[in-house]
Design a protein around this ligand. Structure first.
Ligand code: ZN
Length: 103
């Protein structure tokens, strides 16, 4: 197996200020997939609603979302239900997954 070279950065690379560590982690990654919503005119929704809202979250073109089986999660809901964390040391703390319906 040959090693691939890392991709070159875009020619118009522009640096932006980053506050804090923006990386996110999936403590139990088996069967989870990360996607970027395509700009194909299709309408796709997060499976969940915010507790005080009565609508599902529309995933916008370019939005990064997670999928478990057929269930799509916007990042806010994935974080709210404990499937995603910003705790880089989650593996030391034993992050517990909140129980949520995965249909
Ligand atoms: Zn959501």
């Amino acid at each position: 197996m040959s090693r691939r070279e890392p991709p070159l950065p875009p020619a118009s690379l522009k640096l932006h200020e980053v506050e804090g560590d923006q990386r996110r982690y999936v403590p139990h990654p088996d069967r989870w997939e990360a996607h970027i919503k395509a700009n194909d005119g299709s309408r796709e929704y997060c499976y969940f609603k915010n507790p005080d809202e009565d609508w599902f979250h529309l995933l916008l073109p370019g939005e990064i979302y997670l999928q478990y089986g057929e269930t799509k999660f916007c990042l806010n809901c994935a974080i709210r239900y404990g499937h995603v964390t910003d705790d880089r040391l989650y593996w030391q703390h034993g992050v517990r997954r909140k129980h949520d319906p995965l249909i």
